[in-house]
Design a protein around this ligand. Structure first.
Ligand code: TRH
Length: 397
């Protein structure tokens, strides 16, 4: 009798090309699918993975990815398969379980899919991708395993973060080079301004501000300060939840894409919501970026410009410690007066006090230097897709 292990008892070989399923339930807005789509594209293009995205809201997705068809149960875009996740139980018409299964933001996988994971010869690497938080506890919980109560499966919690020991945040390999090429090319910037606003770039003396935010009562005061200030402000407003307030300020019925309005020092353009890749150049073209949620907050950090964060509001003000935790990282090495001005401005933009633009802008040069330095520090943590791929590969060995 041979002493060799029978074939059925041998561990399955590690896959040569990794298949990955990402499940995404859209709660609201664009961040859930925004993060999943960015991650999917990076795992496919930079790591050569075969990626499928299950998403329940194709309308939200189509805003970021205009070539998406709303009426198709399954389609492929850029080599990534997209399944319309029609109901909680639906797991695609063919139940092929991937090597790596990513459950985004605790969206709960279809039970039929989990059962199939348990039947698979080699258990998949099962990751719960959490929301980003800069709080310190995140490093302790990152990569903690959680055994399934009934199946021989383990789910691992993958925590994005801004500090060492976390999963980091998403950053494409080409991103810095693309930004620097844009910043270095006058023709590229002129073409962007013409295409985006229908006009030539403003003079270098103007401060260009991008404004992506939720409804925000502080915006009225800020619009007044920009209108009455000594320096010219050019405001770029992607169509969205803050547009109504901008329209009211200018006495317009709406502020839809293509609208333009001026009052004294303030000149404002309403922009069409672009495909996801088109959002970065808006940040690069601006001197100060107002961002929100999760993904645009991360992009603003890579844009290496001063920015103001409208954090996603949570019940019982649970978001406020997260705002301060992000400030603690980002503002760490700023001189005291600039750090206080930044914190006061971020707090005011998130409901505590009145924003003081002049005080914030007084520190522009030092905030700009810090923004570039911080982008370098953040990059040292490694990018989330790379960190995730590395972890999955070590589990699949
Ligand atoms: O849309 P958001 O408010 O999403 C939020 C957050 O993710 C939050 O954490 C989550 O809990 C909540 O959704 C449910 O903000 P966020 O995360 O910045 O996502 C916006 C996406 O939209 C981002 O990927 C950038 C993209 N975008 C475009 O593609 N084109 C555009 O013109 C603009 C302005 C944004």
């Amino acid at each position: 009798m041979s002493s060799a292990t029978p074939p059925s008892a041998q561990p399955a070989a590690a896959p040569t090309v990794i298949a990955c399923d990402i499940f995404c339930a859209v709660i609201d807005n664009f961040g859930d699918i925004g993060v999943c789509w960015r991650l999917a594209r990076q795992l496919a293009s930079e790591h050569g993975w075969l990626v499928r995205v299950f998403v329940d809201d194709l309308h939200a997705f189509q805003k970021l990815c205009p070539s998406l068809a709303l009426d198709r149960a399954r389609q492929a875009i850029g080599g990534i398969v997209i399944e319309h996740w029609r109901e909680p139980a639906h797991a695609g018409d063919t139940l092929e379980v991937a090597d790596v299964v990513i459950e985004a933001f605790a969206c709960e996988l279809p039970p039929i899919y989990v059962a199939a994971m348990a039947r698979r010869e080699r258990a998949p690497v099962w990751l719960n991708l959490e929301y980003l938080s800069a709080e310190d506890w995140v490093a302790d919980f990152h990569l903690r395993p959680s055994p399934h109560p009934r199946y021989p499966l383990t789910k691992t919690f993958f925590f994005p973060g801004l500090g060492p020991g976390t999963g980091g945040v998403l950053k494409e390999r080409h991103l810095d080079a693309a930004r620097m090429a844009f910043e270095a090319s006058q023709p590229a910037r002129e073409a962007w301004w013409l295409e985006t606003t229908g006009r030539a770039p403003p003079p270098a003396t103007a401060t260009v501000i991008s404004l992506f935010a939720y409804e925000n009562p502080a915006v009225d005061s800020l619009l007044e300060q920009w209108r009455d200030g000594a320096e010219a402000v050019v405001l770029l407003v992607p169509e969205g939840r803050i547009s109504g307030a901008v329209a009211r300020f200018f006495g317009l019925p709406s502020f839809t894409a293509g609208s333009h309005a001026e009052r004294d020092s303030l000149s404002a353009h309403a922009l069409a919501f672009t495909a996801q890749a088109g959002y970065d150049p808006l940040l690069w073209a601006s001197d100060v970026n107002f961002v929100r949620g999760e993904d645009s907050f991360v992009r603003a950090q890579w844009a290496a410009k001063p920015f103001v964060w409208h954090i996603y509001p949570q019940a019982d003000d649970a978001h406020l410690p997260k705002l301060d935790a992000a400030l603690a990282h980002y503002a760490r090495s700023l001189p005291g007066d600039a750090r206080n001005a930044l914190a006061r401005f971020w707090h005011a933009w998130n409901g505590a006090g009145k924003p003081d633009w002049a005080e914030f802008q007084r520190h522009h040069a030092v905030l700009k230097r810090r923004a570039a330095e911080w982008a370098g520090e953040l990059a040292l943590i490694g990018d989330l897709a790379g960190n995730l791929a590395l972890f999955a590969k070590t589990q699949l060995k």
